[in-house]
Design a protein around this ligand. Sequence first.
Ligand SMILES: Cc1cc2nc3c(=O)[nH]c(=O)nc-3n(C[C@H](O)[C@H](O)[C@H](O)COP(=O)(O)OP(=O)(O)OC[C@H]3O[C@@H](n4cnc5c(N)ncnc54)[C@H](O)[C@@H]3O)c2cc1C
Length: 392
Amino acid sequence: MQTPLDRMMDFDLTEEQRQVRASVREFAEKEILPHVEQYEREERYPLELIAKLPPLGLMGPMIPEQYGGSFSDVLTYGVICEELARVDWVIASVVSVSNSLVAGATLAFGTDEQKERWLPAIANGTCLTSACLTEPGGGTDLPSMETTATKVDGGWRITGTKVFISHAAHAGLFFVVASVDRTKKHKGVTAFLVDPKATEGITIGDFPMRTLKRDNLAEVHFEDAFVPDDALLGEPGKGFPVLGAALDTGRFSVAARCVGQAQRCIDLAVPYALEREAFGQKIGEFQMIQQKIADMTCRTQAARSIVYQLGRMKDAGVPRASMEASMSKLMASKAAVDNALDAVQIHGGYGLSGEYEVGRLLLEAKSLEFGEGTSELHTKMIAEFMLGIRKQ
Ligand SMILES: Cc1cc2nc3c(=O)[nH]c(=O)nc-3n(C[C@H](O)[C@H](O)[C@H](O)COP(=O)(O)OP(=O)(O)OC[C@H]3O[C@@H](n4cnc5c(N)ncnc54)[C@H](O)[C@@H]3O)c2cc1C
């Protein structure tokens, strides 16, 4: 159903960007959406669905053509993440982890050999990736990480545990951060590109979750795992800038994903409100339901506007836009959660039944308030930027 919001969301996109949205939406609704619930019920990672992405250029929208990718501009990448997330958290996460975090860090800090080795494989879908950042002791306070990297002849030995790792069991490349000197806090943090299949000392275990069973989130243990010198990404002790650059784009794509989820809640709640009846009328005729529809619409478009603005800043060549990335991530994840809550409420008890999608969206949206920086962290960062305590 065409809504007035469709006109607004596309208003200042180029013709090419509109076409990308239309084609990704058509693909996602036809090829992914009908299968999502089944993968979730079976707790099965959607490898078969992921395999449909590379032929359409959807595995490498931030990877330049030179490395086999389909990069056109950052805003288009955001639209792709938005449309994929509108139908499936996991598929959108596959694209955003690989492109923003792993390919993004490799493009910005990798050697020519690292770029040649990993980027084409990511873009053609033969190499899925994981970002191994969070530890049992905490994900927000990354400078205190306990995973260590010790220099040895010809390489490094990594020891430690990472938790909540998306895609790990299927990944051919891990972006790992470890400390070369824990006393130096963030100045000890070092980034590595690790081939998990070729590295002894890595074990991957299940990480029990209440949601996203189809993502098979993992615990990754590194026990004296040897990685060669050429696995180092950037310089020892300079992993924080690598991480910062990766997360800057990561937060953009996560925020775009949140917009997609918020939009999906509208797309499900509006027809329901027009169909479901109580007291002899459609529930959409009740003012309190209308209030929710109006709130959902306004917060989605407000979030979309700030996310697109961030994309345009990046396209204009602004190298780091950390405050804007925090604002986008904070606002868009809140929109996704609030819309999911409203959509569930509009569905009444059916909002939590297995028959309807909105209940699943609620927990999945909530997870987006943690990944790539919690809402509290982003709130703190925005205030610190404004107060001059933190610099871009
Ligand atoms: C579905 C899902 C997928 C994920 N995928 C990945 C992945 O692929 N790779 C990966 O590395 N991680 C992943 N994560 C982990 C995620 O990044 C972390 O959950 C997040 O960084 C927060 O870390 P934590 O859970 O340890 O919470 P903590 O850091 O322990 O924080 C707990 C609470 O304290 C608050 N807090 C902490 N410090 C401050 C402060 N200074 N001021 C105010 N409040 C503060 C936090 O905001 C939070 O509310 C995933 C998480 C989820 C839910």
